[in-house]
Design a protein around this ligand. Structure first.
Ligand code: VG1
Ligand code: CO
Length: 602
């Protein structure tokens, strides 16, 4: 084998390469600028200890969006010249974000040292849309702020990068292994560099088998009266959905929509929410053009571009992500074998509703409140203090990996449905024998064989814990100066306002988080107004956009179980209208941004 030399390329710092909430995200055209990707990758390698990097195994893959293939080719060449020993790449360059986490943690007994995930997640893809890159560590989770800060500081002083002098000819279309002899820039010695193309689903599926009762899920999907629809939004979730739902659980392939990954996500915005997952939303009987009632599936779900987010729907019924994590926490121990011995604790991001806190209090568990972004959950999970985490932004997950996990969440919900329905049927049969004429709980005369729906399960939860009405308004593409103006005004108001209409402020501040495990402090994590009746209004600027600013406004109001069904089941928009008005007044949103309405409401 003839060796490939390492080339030293002179470069200059490029400004603006600061990783945001979840990696560096920019327009593809920005990533295509000379040295843009190379500078960031070299800055990452330089931030890692040389002794760990040399000879290590890394994972490099992503959601398959436009520009992934050239980026993978470049990263492979740079990894080789930087002394990495082996890289695992998913077939087609595809691995979902949670699957990367699973591969880093578990493949070959946790051989990998880390990985690059190539995705801009829920942002659109294509030549004029977004690309992104994120580094994950040995625990399978996103690099903590300490590391991303070092990477960023490296980008500001970089003068050269190292790359194999030739293209490495690798066939990504099927599993296989290829060896190269590449010069390591630091030692000038030639060493082996292996690229192994792996099945993207295998390691992840193995893990899911340890978590869920596939037999019980198969039974649920086999019921004639249970129908289900999954929307892959043309992201990387598709191949996972096909393998898990169809091959493993026996679902009809017709249940799957948009499950072939495309570089531009079919021109859509691969964000599973009521605005962007239009097709699924309509199929489930919601939105502007709902399908006729008779055709609605009992359960609908979608994932985002990199399959770490999820949306859960019932028949014409939307489960808010904040409720979703609370319900999973409530049912985990009885419905999911992985949690049989109980939960170690739970955590949510600050803007996520406090529905989870109520379950935690009921079960006497620790409940942590962290800043927005999954990287803040990692320490808690590594320290064994937290089993389940959730974000209001359609992110749900557990300590099985260190990323949020869309398909995991869908299986969690199917497990809850399976559990409730088995319990319902058994109870119904017992009752029929012992006391014919008596009805099953729930206040309805329901036959033992009749399906317990998503809506009933959520309403039962509200009846027990109360309901946290919740909404988020996004103002996308706002001029950055105007957005800063809104935030400055709000910071000022935290200090000098105590009353807005009939809402009295209990606490108003900028959220600052001290990590209970390593003591690190993350300040300026959003502006909070907490009212005396338990309702909250929160504002923060998005850290995942690629241009302009996005203001997020989060509004939450709690209604206790004893308020009765009429108030508990009220329309969310109507119930929250007075508080939304308070939030708009506080921020002077219309005047300062010139926006009459948000671009997205979830
Ligand atoms: C958003 C969400 C946040 C989530 C992040 C990454 O960040 O609010 O909860 O962790 O996206 O999700 P921001 O800073 O734009 O509000 V994903 O699916 O992009 O990895
Ligand atoms: Co995502």
């Amino acid at each position: 084998m003839t060796g490939i030399a390492a080339k030293v390329v002179a470069t200059q710092p490029i400004s603006g390469q600061k990783p945001g909430t979840s990696g560096l995200r920019k327009k593809v055209t920005v990533f295509q600028q000379a040295n843009y990707l190379e500078n960031f990758v070299q800055s990452t390698f330089d931030a890692l200890p040389a002794e760990s990097l040399t000879g290590c195994t890394l994972v490099v893959s992503g959601d398959g969006r436009y520009y992934s293939k050239p980026a993978i080719a470049t990263i492979l060449r740079m990894a080789a010249a930087n002394g990495v020993g082996k890289v695992w790449v998913g077939v087609g360059g595809l691995l979902s974000t949670p699957a990367v986490s699973a591969v880093i943690r578990n493949r070959n007994g946790g051989e990998a040292y880390g990985g690059f995930i190539l995705t801009a997640s829920h942002n659109p893809g294509g030549p004029h849309e977004d690309f992104g890159i994120k580094y994950n560590c040995e625990n399978g989770g996103p690099a903590p702020e300490k590391l991303t800060n070092t990477i960023y500081s490296n980008t500001g002083k970089l003068s050269q990068y190292y790359i194999a002098a030739e293209e490495l000819d690798v066939d990504l279309s099927k599993p296989g292994s290829k060896r190269f002899l590449v010069q390591h820039h630091a030692t000038a010695k030639f060493g082996e560099f292996v690229v192994q193309v792996i099945d993207p689903v295998e390691d992840y599926l193995k893990l899911l088998h340890k978590i869920y009762d596939f037999g019980a899920l198969r039974k649920l999907l086999a019921r004639k009266d249970f129908t289900f629809t999954f929307d892959g939004m043309h992201g990387v979730a598709g191949p996972y959905a096909r393998r898990i739902f169809v091959q493993e659980l026996g679902a009809d392939p017709a249940c799957l929509m948009n499950c072939d990954p495309r570089e531009d996500f079919g021109g859509g915005h691969p964000d599973p929410n009521l605005t962007y997952a239009k097709e699924l939303v309509a199929a489930c009987g919601l939105g502007d053009h709902p399908a006729p009632a008779a055709q609605l599936p009992d359960f609908g779900a979608a994932c985002d571009g990199d399959a770490d987010r999820n949306m859960i729907l019932g028949k014409a019924f939307f489960v808010t992500p904040s409720d979703s994590i609370a319900l999973i926490a409530a049912y985990a121990q009885e419905a999911i074998p992985y949690f049989r011995s109980g939960l170690k604790g739970v955590a949510r991001s600050m803007p996520t509703s406090a529905a989870l806190d109520r379950v935690a209090a009921g079960k006497n568990m620790e409940c942590f409140e962290v800043p927005t972004g999954w990287k803040f959950f990692g320490n808690l999970m590594d320290a064994g203090r937290c089993s389940l985490c959730g974000e209001e932004s359609f992110g749900t997950g557990s300590d099985h990996v260190r990323e949020k996990d869309g398909l995991w969440a869908v299986l969690a919900w199917l497990s809850i449905l399976a559990d409730r329905n088995v319990a319902h049927e058994e109870l119904g049969q017992k009752l029929a024998k012992l006391a014919p004429g008596l009805h099953l709980p729930g206040g309805k005369a329901k036959a033992a064989s009749e399906l317990v729906s998503v809506e009933e399960i959520v309403k039962d939860h509200w009846a027990k814990y109360g309901r946290n009405f919740y909404t988020r308004y996004d103002y996308e593409g706002v001029d950055s100066d105007k957005a800063d103006g809104v935030m400055q005004l709000l910071v000022k108001k935290t200090k000098d306002i105590t009353q807005v209409k009939h809402f009295t402020i209990d606490t108003a501040d900028e959220f600052s988080y001290t990590d209970p495990v390593d003591g690190s402090v993350s300040a300026h994590q959003g502006i909070r107004f907490l009212f005396t009746d338990g309702s909250r209004v929160i504002f923060r600027l998005s850290g995942t956009g690629s241009s302009g600013a996005t203001i997020r406004m989060y509004v939450e109001q709690y209604v206790a179980p004893n308020a009765g069904p009429e108030r508990l089941h009220a329309d969310a928009a109507a119930a929250l209208a007075p508080l939304v008005d308070v939030a708009l007044r506080l921020s002077n949103m219309k005047h300062l941004t010139g926006r009459d309405a948000p671009t997205v409401i979830t």
